[in-house]
Design a protein around this ligand. Structure first.
Ligand code: HEC
Length: 259
């Protein structure tokens, strides 16, 4: 049990090991910040969301929800006049959706925005009146102004990262991250932490890494694997972080008393 511990090393070596751990941790946070910045923009909405990751690793093909609604049953029910529906259909099939949103076309009396206001906004508004709320037919998709309409007016198509790029990424990340996990766990092995922790964190780390890297590929086949990328990455990060912290504590806490 009383094997070698990092705390026994000379002072200068402990400084060196501490700085090594700090550098590894710094590099790790830099790559998290990079990933956040890199993927957050993918779905054209601010912030990093699951949609960003699905778009990046699987791709998203989603027809315009507004178009689907207008052309479908929903449109026939709520905009029963053929002329109004035709106007909305022309607008949504055209190339100038933003410009024509509140523009009255030649020979028309209404702009698309007016029809949405008349036919749709009773249920599709940010602050629905209490009567509608009680009836349960309010929608969570407001349509009362362009910034809201814009979110559902367009079809979205995002291609996943090309497989050559994912291959390059895997070929650099797999070996380097595996070595970082190995080095981290090797250092932590020589700490005073209980044996089960030292072994367990190594296993969690490598399991997370394998899950993260393999789900990046499996997500191409099915988007259900995208959360696995996040979960794997989280296990890997937590495993590393806990071991880095444990290693630094081992290096600088007073020697444990000998029994
Ligand atoms: C009587 C209430 C009511 C009216 C009127 C109504 N809707 Fe809806 N609409 C709903 C409900 C309820 C849903 C489903 C719940 C949801 O998606 O938030 C919905 C869903 C939708 C969706 C899908 C939302 C999404 O994010 O996928 C669109 C688009 C839509 N409606 C457009 C329209 C348009 C265009 C009109 C007018 C022509 C209209 N609706 C009129 C109640 C209404």
């Amino acid at each position: 049990m009383n094997g070698f511990r990092l705390r026994e090393l000379p002072w200068a070596v402990r400084v060196g090991l501490t700085l090594t751990v700090v550098t590894l941790a710094g590099g790790y946070f830099a790559s998290l910040a990079y990933l956040n910045a890199h993927y957050a923009k993918k779905d054209e909405q601010p912030g990093l969301s699951m949609d960003d990751l699905v778009a990046s690793f699987h791709g998203i093909q989603q027809p315009s929800p507004l178009k689907e609604a207008v052309f479908g049953e929903h449109g026939r029910t709520h905009a029963p006049l053929d002329a109004e529906r035709a106007l909305l259909e022309d607008w949504l099939q055209g190339q100038r959706i933003p410009e024509q949103y509140d523009e009255i076309a030649d020979g028309q009396e209404l702009a698309p925005a007016d029809i949405l206001d008349m036919r749709c906004v009773t249920c599709h508004q940010r602050n629905p009146d209490s009567e509608k709320l009680a009836a349960g037919d309010v929608s969570e998709t407001p349509l009362d102004n362009w910034p809201d309409v814009k979110k559902v007016a367009f079809s979205r198509e995002f291609l996943p990262v090309p497989s050559e790029i994912l291959l390059v990424s895997t070929h650099t990340h797999a070996p380097s991250l595996a070595l970082i996990a190995l080095l981290t766990s090797a250092l932590f092995w020589f700490s005073r932490a209980p044996r089960s922790w030292r072994g367990g964190l190594f296993a969690i780390c490598t399991l997370g890494l394998v899950m993260d890297l393999s789900c990046m590929w499996l997500a191409r086949i099915h988007p259900a694997f995208v959360p696995g990328i996040v979960m794997g990455g989280a296990l890997f990060g937590l495993g590393l972080g806990a071991q880095w912290l444990g290693t630094v504590l081992e290096l600088w806490l007073p020697r444990p008393r000998q029994p």
